[in-house]
Design a protein around this ligand. Sequence first.
Ligand code: MN
Length: 205
Amino acid sequence: MFEQIKLPYETNALEPYIDKETVETHHGKHHATYTKNFNELAEKAGVANLSAEEILANLDKISDESLKKGLKNQGGGYYNHNLYFEMFSPTPAKAPVGKLAEAIDSTFGSLDALKDRMSTLAAGQFGSGWAWLSCDKSGALTVSTSLNQDNPISEGKGLIPLIALDVWEHAYYLKYKNLRPDYIKAFWEILDWSKVSARYDEIVG
Ligand code: MN
């Protein structure tokens, strides 16, 4: 049974950056629905015993096209939002530490340069999708975008996401309307770099 994360903060705790109503709708409705649908599809496809990461990494092994598409969309929706909501904090660490801090500096030049690069990609993502910071097991960092609920895990490059920046309109439209770049600026204010750093250390070992 795949379980939606319980928010590690109150629904109003991210204000003024992300408002209560958006968190309630996004987590309580959108994410809850992805989770429910993913569980049903995973059962149907006979893969409910695998982890969500294993399912997303092996979509090409599912021969039924409709199940494959469903697992990609609903499984991505489930997994991507767990990562998205998990990484926020009302009292976030504002910068990475340790190995991740070093990798960001050597790959992008500085933390600001990484944030600029991801922000530009996220703002320019046409339609619904995500911007990502991912790494492979060796620790190499990659910034990318994806459409819909597609996840870097499914790309076959050994990538595991560290930061998931949701740019679907449901993530910001109640408060920011058409001003996606303002939401992206707000995203960085509540992203907890101590959680991102810990995830990196866990993946790279
Ligand atoms: Mn979303």
